[in-house]
Ligand binder design. Structure first.
Ligand code: CP
Length: 335
């Protein structure tokens, strides 16, 4: 039987996504259990994390399982991913051995590996997590590469909790400023999940250069068509916020500038006014606001927005634990 991974939510039907969300909601009422007794997960972090690491470790623990956290290149050996490479540089071992050895030790392998953002044509292939999926003999979970499917589930769950039925609700995914060019993963994921839920989605960004990778725009359009929603792009702030039910913020680097970010910097710096503030939120239909976190206050969103009752970012972060329990339970066949 073909091994099933959790690398993108697009590999799962809407019914399967709904089942994961329902299971996660049950875990919120009954946080502890025995579903993962005797099971273990390796959490491999090639990039920093606060929420993902904590929520996976606690989620496994609360269901009787065990998590091992590894940071290759820091507390574990640096890994080579290229096949046929003469390994005479920094890497001490190859993904071929790492994936096989971990597969003998644990039941699940979770990987965080952000794109390097130097060559988008390469980055968009998501080769590192695909190499794990190819060489491992246990399921792989994406903890954020060029999408962030666990965040997607937490986001969908928090929206259901606060907005109820999501179909046809007006959803704004707004680009916000950040001093550095950030990964597009959460933005890609937000677009995938909101369209999957049949919402009327608008991607608000400064210029066409900030539109997301065509792969995710196309998937978003297909999702919207299939689930009765829509996907449009806007560069007009006030018009887009007006009547919104949900505002989700994220910063990302404009992909046409990938690898020459010094040229994008002055462009990005001229759009600091995209920060989410009270005046923009006042245009909405009593919208909720959220962000995946971490968030730079008064850069991406103002203090007033982050401290408002309509900000549900903390609830979304809390939801990482139950949704990941549902994913671990599903992949180990225990749920
Ligand atoms: N949202 C999220 O994945 O947070 P961390 O980067 O802290 O894990």
């Amino acid at each position: 039987m073909k091994l099933r991974h959790f690398i993108t939510t697009q590999d799962y039907s809407r019914a399967e996504i709904d089942a994961l969300l329902e299971q996660a909601a049950r875990f919120k009422h009954a946080p502890t259990g025995k579903q993962l007794v005797g099971k273990s997960i390796a959490l491999l972090f090639f990039n920093p994390s606060m929420r993902t690491r904590t929520s996976f470790e606690l989620g496994a623990f609360q269901l009787g399982g065990h998590a091992v956290v590894l940071s290759p290149g820091k507390d574990a050996w640096p890994i080579e991913f290229e096949l046929g490479k003469v390994m005479d540089a920094e890497a001490e071992e190859h993904i071929v051995e790492v994936a096989q050895v971990l597969s003998r030790y644990v039941d699940l392998i979770a990987v965080r590996a952000f794109p390097k953002l130097q060559n988008w044509a390469l980055d968009r292939q998501d080769r590192l997590i695909k190499a794990f999926a190819h060489h491992a003999t246990v399921p792989i979970i994406n903890m954020e590469t060029i999408t962030h499917p666990c965040q997607e589930l937490a986001h969908a769950l928090v929206m259901k909790e606060h907005l109820g039925q999501l179909e046809k609700k007006k959803y704004v995914l707004t680009w916000t400023y950040h001093p550095r060019p950030l990964n597009t993963a959460v933005a890609n994921s937000a677009l995938l999940m909101a369209t999957r839920m049949g919402m009327d989605v608008t991607l608000l960004c400064p210029t066409p250069e900030y539109v997301l990778d065509p792969r995710y725009m196309e998937l978003g359009r297909l999702n919207a068509k299939r689930h009765g929603g829509s996907l449009t792009v806007s560069h007009h702030i006030e018009e887009t916020y007006r009547g919104a039910h949900m505002v989700y913020a994220k910063s990302w680097g404009a992909l046409p500038y990938c690898g020459r970010w010094e040229q994008e910097k002055p462009v990005r710096d001229s759009y600091k006014h995209f920060m989410v503030d009270k005046a923009k939120m006042a245009l909405t239909e009593h919208a909720r606001f959220s962000h995946c976190l971490p968030l730079r206050r008064n850069v991406k969103a103002s203090d007033a927005v982050m401290d408002a009752a309509y900000c549900i970012a903390i609830d979304e972060a809390e939801n990482r634990i139950p949704v990941q329990k549902a994913v671990m339970g599903m992949l180990t066949g225990r749920i």
